[in-house]
Write a protein that binds this ligand. Structure first.
Ligand SMILES: Cc1ncc(COP(=O)(O)O)c(C=O)c1O
Length: 398
């Protein structure tokens, strides 16, 4: 009965895991979830106030498909600050979440069998979205020794005459790793030799970085001439702790941005106006809130990293951004736990959740076996408890 497209779909593994964790919690088990990708602090007060005011002022109807002009203006200005490249409000299309911005971009850019380069480990949704756009995901394996960042050589090897797009995500979900200016420069050299490749730069975590630089390094800061073939994706979810407000955006060449807007107008219509106005207030007035959230986040990262690296058998490095740790658990694969084999990262996570009440996402889901994605956005005592449990679990693997 279902279409071939629907048969390709599987539920998001991170959400499926969160659902199982909730089920166990409902049975009365004490579950600590390190699986979900959202901040645990509330939406900043400026956004809440603006959202309520907008609802009261009647901003509760359909709006323009590309978003409210005043909000697009602020997004254009911020993208310009982040990249050093000039953007106008018409270069912006506001969507119902960053996820839909990526989905729509792939829909309007991919023809059947167009190849889309995705460095692994990758955000779980990229390959599925490419397939839903009838494109072909081409996974680029990266190396642990390079902190899972794609090198120029790896990129070059993956390019074919059918390559249409490259997806870049820095800081990365799931590793938290940030490409340096030097690393981006070497990728840019390759991209310059292939002028037809479009770059989809998923910058959703670009302000969640622990360096002094306010934003993560960006290809357009180094090579503004790539502007005409770069589509920037960003949104309110992660940086502004607004995951439920569903506001994201794409910024880029007008032809592509117009197509994304048209795609949205024929599907979800528009992003909610009051959510957009709340986002605008947060973008303008939440810098000090963001600075203090980043301070907390950095403390949490350091705390979790210090504890995690002391667990025998686990290797981990300290990432520069986002809110994930990416520990290597390869040394436990193939060993036994309670007379069962730890066959892969999924089995590891299953045992950890069912017997120790800690939910983390298997690396396999991100295209990289032998790892876990562990979000550290939770209070220190809970994080400590989770890591003690993880240590007890790994100690019982023989
Ligand atoms: C890498 C990456 N890109 C995009 C998104 C989309 O976020 P949203 O749709 O909430 O804006 C997410 C959310 O998890 C993400 O991790």
């Amino acid at each position: 009965m279902l279409s071939k497209r629907a048969q390709m779909l599987k539920p998001s593994p991170t959400l499926a895991l969160a659902a199982r964790a909730k089920e166990l919690a409902a049975q009365g088990k004490d579950i600590i979830s390190l699986s979900v990708g959202e901040p645990d602090w509330p939406t900043f007060p400026a956004a809440v106030r603006a959202g309520i005011a907008a609802i009261e002022a009647g901003q509760t109807k359909y709006g323009p498909a590309n978003g409210l002009p005043e909000v697009r203006k602020v997004i254009a200005e911020i993208t310009q600050q982040d990249t050093g490249v000039e953007y106008k409000p018409n270069d912006v299309s506001i969507t119902a979440g960053g996820k839909f911005a990526i989905f729509a971009a792939l829909q309007v850019l991919c023809d059947p069998q167009d190849e889309v380069l995705i460095p692994a480990p990758y955000w779980v949704s990229y390959p599925v979205m490419v397939e839903l756009a009838e494109g072909r995901p081409v996974i680029i394996e990266t190396q642990k020794k390079n902190h899972f960042k794609m090198t120029a050589q790896e990129l070059t090897k993956s390019i074919t005459p059918k390559t249409k797009l490259l997806i870049l995500n820095s800081p990365s979900n799931p590793t938290g790793e940030v490409y340096s200016k030097e690393e981006l420069t070497s990728l840019i050299e390759v991209l310059k030799k292939h002028p037809k490749i479009i770059i989809l730069s998923d910058d959703i975590y670009n302000r969640l970085i622990f360096e002094e630089t306010r934003v993560a390094p960006h290809i357009l800061q180094i090579a503004p001439e790539l502007k005409d073939r770069t589509v920037i994706i960003n949104g309110a979810s992660k940086t502004l702790s607004m995951t439920g407000w569903r506001v994201g955006w794409s910024v880029g060449p007008q032809k592509i941005i117009q197509a994304i807007t048209d795609y949205q107008s024929q599907s979800v219509s528009c992003a909610s106006a009051f959510s957009q106005l709340a986002t605008m207030a947060a973008l303008k007035d939440s810098n000090s809130d963001l600075t203090s959230s980043l301070k907390t986040l950095k403390e949490r990262r350091d705390f979790a990293y210090d504890k995690l690296k002391k667990i025998p058998g686990i290797e981990v490095s300290s990432p520069g951004g986002a809110f994930y740790l990416w520990p290597c658990i390869e040394s436990f694969i193939g060993k036994s736990y309670k007379n069962q084999k730890v066959t892969d990262s999924s089995a590891f996570c299953r045992f950890l959740l069912e017997d120790y009440g800690v939910a983390v996402v298997p690396g396999k889901e991100f295209g990289c076996e032998g790892y876990l994605r562990m979000s550290y956005v939770l209070q220190k005592p809970r994080m400590e408890d989770a890591l003690v449990r993880l240590g007890n679990f790994t100690a019982s693997i023989a």
